[in-house]
Design a binder for this molecule. Structure first.
Ligand SMILES: C[S@@+](CC[C@H](N)C(=O)[O-])C[C@H]1O[C@@H](n2cnc3c(N)ncnc32)[C@H](O)[C@@H]1O
Length: 263
């Protein structure tokens, strides 16, 4: 895993980037909303029970996945987590849809105190920000009760391939293709379903594309500042290399999986 990681992940920068984008995220993150819907559908399609006694969702953000789960499954006790403390607002936003026993804990999921015997651990569009995914998967696995369910989505190696090709530092540390997940999950977790389906968004201008990244907070690892000249150069290079019918494509590469702990 080490070879895919930048020297260090500046988690403060990631937190700031998502905190800044939180207000605009919910509406701007159409791809992540689709992913959350698909992940909840996949969990249902694999035969997950209609009700989970205890569940935990990390990287809940503004609650795209939370809503999709609550629409399909009963949940007795729900622990929500995000790196950004302001994401606690999701509980108010859910209103009556929130389970009676729902709470929010802020902080990195890597060190979050976790309940035992969870029936479901879920997370959408977050694991790409975890530098050591094997360690997290092992940590989560022991908190699942035997027969418990894991529903995750991250992004594959073609995520934002255009930006990577143009030398952007915006990449998250852990992009993994579907074929790499089996070696990341610990023994005793069986993958029931895994899928990887790229989706391409199109923008009229580089500024529009960069605004999209800013609104969704997904460029949390980028360090560049954008002068007018740098923006012009970036747009010219992007058009020359990837421009198509006057548009600038941006590739998302979602990977979704449902796994189950051996009973
Ligand atoms: C792209 S958003 C996804 C939000 C939501 N799950 C969705 O599907 O729309 C990623 C979220 O992961 C959170 N995050 C990033 N690193 C994290 C970590 N180490 N622990 C917990 N949350 C983290 C960010 O703050 C952000 O809210």
């Amino acid at each position: 895993m080490k070879d895919m990681q930048p020297p260090q992940l500046d988690q403060t920068r990631v937190r700031q980037s998502f905190r800044r984008g939180l207000d605009s995220y919910h509406r701007a993150a159409a791809v992540q909303e689709d992913i959350a819907r698909r992940l909840a559908e996949l969990l249902q399609a694999q035969g997950a029970p209609r009700r989970f006694r205890t569940a935990m969702e990390f990287g809940c953000g503004t609650g795209h996945l939370t809503r999709q789960l609550l629409q399909r499954f009963g949940i007795g006790s729900l622990l929500l987590n995000d790196l950004v403390p302001e994401a606690a607002g999701v509980l108010q936003a859910l209103g009556d849809a929130a389970p009676e026993q729902a709470r929010f804990e802020a902080g990195p999921v890597e060190t979050l105190p976790l309940p035992d015997e969870l029936d479901l651990i879920a997370s959408a569009s977050t694991v790409q920000w975890i530098p050591d995914l094997s360690a997290l998967a092992a940590r989560l696995s022991v908190r699942l009760r035997p027969g418990g369910w894991l529903a995750l989505s991250g992004f594959g190696r073609s995520q934002f391939r255009e930006l990577a090709a143009l030398g952007s530092a915006a990449a998250a540390p852990s992009y993994l293709d579907a074929g790499e997940w089996p070696s990341v999950l610990p023994q005793g977790l069986e993958i029931l379903a895994i899928e990887q389906r790229p989706a391409v968004l199109e923008f009229d201008t580089a500024l529009g594309l960069l605004k999209h990244l800013r609104r969704t907070g997904v460029n949390g690892h980028a360090q560049q500042s954008w002068s007018r000249r740098r923006l012009q150069e970036f747009e010219a290079a992007y058009r020359q290399r990837f421009g198509c019918g006057g548009k600038l494509p941006l590739t998302y590469d979602p990977v979704l999986l449902v796994a189950r702990r051996a009973a």
